[in-house]
Write a protein that binds this ligand. Structure first.
Ligand code: ADP
Length: 358
């Protein structure tokens, strides 16, 4: 046995390995767990802050190399994840929901619900526990997009969410009779939504994705205010007129002190079969908005008829065409959003104790 293989030396080696997104090392972030040293063989778990970590392979490789360099014969690195809990949901509505992510837009028809659905499915595909709340009371079309017609029977006085593609979904649109207008307003909406959330049997969730009504009107404002949101993403189209609306949406979240996780540009371009690219709605607007407002640009989603077909047929494009460029962009966006949630949650905490199994 090499006498270099001690807890101290291994942790010192792992403290040189950075979590590339959080820009801190694995030891400082308390990610090293269950360290076991048996002779020249070492094993430990790296506890990531999200199962949607795109750089998990890199972290695993660097952690392994760092310990191998100490002279270990074998190093087993297990990857696990524990999504940080921002505590707001638990505090306010007493729900075991770790993070609520709002998807907002300056106006309707920009693809907000499409992004919300695919973001939620992409997160669920990584193994995260995900809920999707369709709070767009003007156009509650998420049930159609997920192929859900009705909710399961309630459990006592608790609403049971529908299950689709590995996530749990509730739509406020499924709670009223078809064709009946929803007339919740202002303060009534505010208390209704909290009660509503508390009446749903979500179970433990890592992420609750919330599809908000478009714009900055009464309904969007009341809902954004009533929900203890961890952060919001803004969906916009590339053209300037749309950007002014999106900018107002962004300012609404700022005014409510909801962190902006980033800007997504939808319907950015159309790739034609002959290889040319058309900027149907202009170009670069989303990036411009992100830059002008000091927020992160999360990505450009192309126009693809499979997105619309997926929405109409109840099978999101990320499931129906997983290898398409549009599905890949949506997956990358989901990973970036998860990383932003981790960064926001762990930003201030870097002095956590280390847990070691002897
Ligand atoms: P919003 O929630 O902002 O009102 P939706 O998500 O309902 O918008 O999208 C409006 C319509 O545009 C839907 O039919 C949807 O399938 C379609 N759509 C959204 N994004 C794209 C895209 N990138 N490519 C093609 N169609 C899209």
């Amino acid at each position: 046995m090499t006498d270099k293989l001690t807890q101290e030396s291994i942790l010192a080696a792992l403290s040189k390995v950075q979590e590339p997104e959080l820009h801190k090392d694995l030891v400082t972030l308390n990610m090293v767990r269950n360290l076991e040293i048996a002779g020249d063989n070492v094993s430990f778990t790296v506890m990531l802050t999200t199962p949607a970590c795109p750089l998990r392979g890199q972290i695993e490789k660097e952690a392994k190399q760092a310990v191998m360099a100490l002279g270990a014969k074998s190093v087993q690195v297990k990857l696990d994840s524990d999504v940080p809990n921002d505590g707001r949901m638990r505090g306010l509505v007493n729900m075991p929901i770790r993070n609520a992510i709002a998807v907002g837009s300056g106006k309707g028809g920009v693809g907000k619900s499409t992004v919300a659905v695919n973001l939620a499915v992409a997160l669920a595909q990584t193994g995260a526990r995900v809920g999707l709340l369709d709070a767009d009371i003007y156009g509650p079309n998420i049930p159609t997009m997920l192929g859900v017609e009705k909710l399961p029977p309630p459990n006592g006085n608790k609403l049971v969410p529908a299950q689709a593609y590995g996530l749990k979904m509730i739509s406020m649109g499924l709670l009223v009779k078809p064709g009946q207008p929803l007339i919740w307003r202002g303060p009534m909406l505010n208390s209704a939504i909290r009660q509503f959330l508390g009446d749903v049997e979500w179970g433990e969730l890592d992420y609750l994705v919330v599809d908000l009504p478009p714009g900055t009107g009464d309904a969007a404002l009341s809902l954004a205010q009533a929900l203890p949101l961890s952060g919001a993403v803004i969906v916009t189209l590339p053209q300037l007129v749309s950007l002014e609306d999106a900018s107002r949406g962004l300012q609404m979240f700022r005014a409510l002190e909801v962190p902006i996780l980033g800007v997504i540009e939808n319907m950015s371009f159309l790739d034609l079969p002959d290889g040319t690219r058309m900027d149907i709605f202009g170009s670069g607007g989303g990036e411009q908005l992100a830059q002008a407002t000091g927020t992160l640009f999360l990505g450009k989603i192309p126009i693809d008829q499979n997105v619309r077909i997926g929405g109409d047929s109840g099978k999101p494009v990320i499931v129906s065409n997983p290898d398409s460029p549009v599905a890949k962009v949506l997956t990358e966006i989901a990973q970036k959003v998860a990383a932003q949630i981790s960064i926001a949650a762990l930003g201030g905490k870097n002095e956590l104790p280390i847990n070691i199994v002897e």
